[in-house]
Design a protein around this ligand. Sequence first.
Ligand SMILES: [Zn+2]
Length: 413
Amino acid sequence: MSRPSAVAGAAQALQRCDELARLTSLSGGVERVHLSPEHAAANALTGGWMAEAGLAVRQDAAGNLVGRLEGARPGLPALVLGSHLDTVTDAGRFDGMLGVLLAIEVADRVDASALPFALEVVGFTDEEGTRFGNALFGSRAFAGRVDDGWLAIPDRHGVTVARAMTDFGLDPARVGEAARRPEDLVGYLEAHIEQGPHLLDAGRALGVVTGIAGARRFALQVTGRAGHAGGTPYARRRDALVVAAEVVVAIERIAVETGTIGTVGRIRAFPGGVNVVPGVCRFSLDLRAETDEARDAAFERIDGFARELCARRGVEWSWDEFYRADTTPCDPALVAAIEQGVQATGDAEPVRIWSRAGHDGMAVADVTGVAMLFLRCGNDGISHHPDEIVTAEDVAAALEAFEAAVLAVAARH
Ligand SMILES: [Zn+2]
């Protein structure tokens, strides 16, 4: 069989993105969540494409789709290529799926018998956490990090993960069997759309990911005193919402000054009457940065600003951290392989970029080294949205780079 060109492989991957987009629970949009009929259909369809490319296909105990191509001899540790097949609500067609489909194209193109490792392609389930609210189920299970507490989480209809697994045909008691041993793995490479405008602005098709930012999330609160909107003079007001508003503006300023990203996505004033001075204001903060040190330093500044402001305004400041994921640095040797891959497309000095979004690699890093290749997004870098777009030229370049990266890992192995 002649070796298909990268252009043809990219066209096939893009056409398959369209086919997967038809497996949706949302009329007029894309939504494919964990342990749904659409999840089963996506695994079946993608599994068929894996088999066509010569991979031995199975679904693991967590609902991940796994295809395997033996290397120079059977039973070698595997270099894993993958991404996720689930989506957010009203999603685009490329976030996750394109990475799985490019991995299948790479598996189709390489001469596996010449590789010093096996090649596996994994379509992870539930990277997004759309149904149960807790993300990375598939990749956490791959790393052996799913516990009973996770299995007991209900969806909005009260169906637990365990029950949904049973309905799907999986045995929740055996989820641990999805776990992989570090000695059976060479590393993990993922191609993914950038989900932002940095490559677009830089005029580059591809980027080499240096790390995946971890986020800290806080519930922030200002406590003042409620009072009559007409009867309480300004000098006597302890308006929690006005103070919170100043904190929100300061969060943006401090984030810009420190090169971090702080987002207040939710805010609520209590008691919430139109004629009542707000006595309490609760709001959220999602904070991320290239390094944990930069992120933590930014929070120190935000906290210091809010403490000083609240003392001056006669209100109380408090916060609770309800989520923390530390940054996942990419494996230097695998990053070098991705860089060589991008160089093979003619880009002599590939752009290095840190991932502002979470990815399966954060979970996989618990069992093996990870690295990622980013592809430029069009449309102002929009993602998690139906207007998500990539060009066929960029996808062809990504396929070339991804394949060359696999060969670079082989050369270094
Ligand atoms: Zn994704």
